[in-house]
Write a protein that binds this ligand. Sequence first.
Ligand code: FAD
Length: 376
Amino acid sequence: MVSRADTSILIAGAGPTGLTLALELARRGIKPRIVASSDGPVAESESRALGVNARTLMLLGPSGVADRIREQALPIEGLQLSSLGEPLLTIHTSILHGQTPALCILPQGTTERLLLERLRAFEVEPRWHAKVKSVDGDPETPEVTLIGNDDSGETIKPTILVGADGAHSIVRNSLDFAFPGEALENEFFLADYAYGAPVDVSHARVDFTNPGVLGCIPVRQNVLRYISTLPDFEDRIAHPHPPVEQTWKSQFTVSFRHVEAMSKGRVFLAGDAAHIHSPVGARGMNLGIEDACWLAWLISEGREAEYSQLRLPAVRGVLRQTKMLTALATMERPAALAMRNRLLPLMAHVPFAERSLVHGIAGLDTPHPPWIARTH
Ligand SMILES: Cc1cc2nc3c(=O)[nH]c(=O)nc-3n(C[C@H](O)[C@H](O)[C@H](O)COP(=O)(O)OP(=O)(O)OC[C@H]3O[C@@H](n4cnc5c(N)ncnc54)[C@H](O)[C@@H]3O)c2cc1C
């Protein structure tokens, strides 16, 4: 075991995962270095993740970030499913937790800024515009080559290196971590619209277009996100008011992959660097924050060697769940569509099925963090 006093920790990446890891270490008295190739947190108007689940709020409680998120986030009361506008099922996402909703909405850029603000209180500031070019040497003694935006180079030999550098992780690739999985053929399209008046932000909505899907998720009191597998989805949107502005537009493909081991020697992977999947279920950022909290706790206990073994079952479980939900949303065979649309309304009569789905949306289907007392 490495003495914590002698440990120099380098975190590559200052997205939600890297920032959470730095904060969770700093609040335990371990000051890491954190570097990122970007120039700062993601723009608040170009937010990928919106859903912050109950598990994340539990994990970010001790640092005080959860309270700040609660002050600003929109709690989601439920998910309304329909088929070509005909209601199929409403899933009540507040049924698990009296006070804490299973899911609340806050743009990823705001979550990153709240993490950063708290991190600064511990006098830790990410070094922006600093790109990890390569990681060489033995994973027991990694050598990291950093390039600044003025092309200045630096070699760092940390005791612990954490790759929180996103889906295209240089740390993962440099050290030949296998990243097996599959890519979905479907392309996803996304557009955020701002309205001149408040809109209904109590529910997220998913309309099956048989085949295809058009989802509508609240972003702010006057902003809605539409997300679809249909290239012409914008023609199908029933706007609540005439939109005043399209604030963001994007399209992306989806893969389901995870590393076979989340560490090699003194190198650890967390967040999208270790696992990627579809946004259906809103688990990606939340799972990365969870990795970061577990890794910080294990490092502080001198037990980081257990990280991969402890986290992989949770990662596999979340990938299985998101794959199943994505298949349900993107299925195309007419017989399967008809079966789905007949079965979903029946779920309203099976409280156990709804509870288990909401448990997953809340992120409470992964092991309870041992350093946080159970409240019920
Ligand atoms: C449309 C969409 C919707 C989503 N919705 C949700 C949702 O509702 N809920 C949810 O939980 N998740 C959601 N996700 C997933 C979520 O956005 C990601 O899982 C999350 O951003 C991963 O965080 P991360 O910190 O691991 O990686 P990233 O956010 O990708 O951050 C990576 C960091 O590494 C840095 N970096 C990259 N390369 C280098 C390098 N070579 N050297 C140094 N630094 C580097 C970057 O600058 C950045 O700071 C969604 C994703 C998409 C695409």
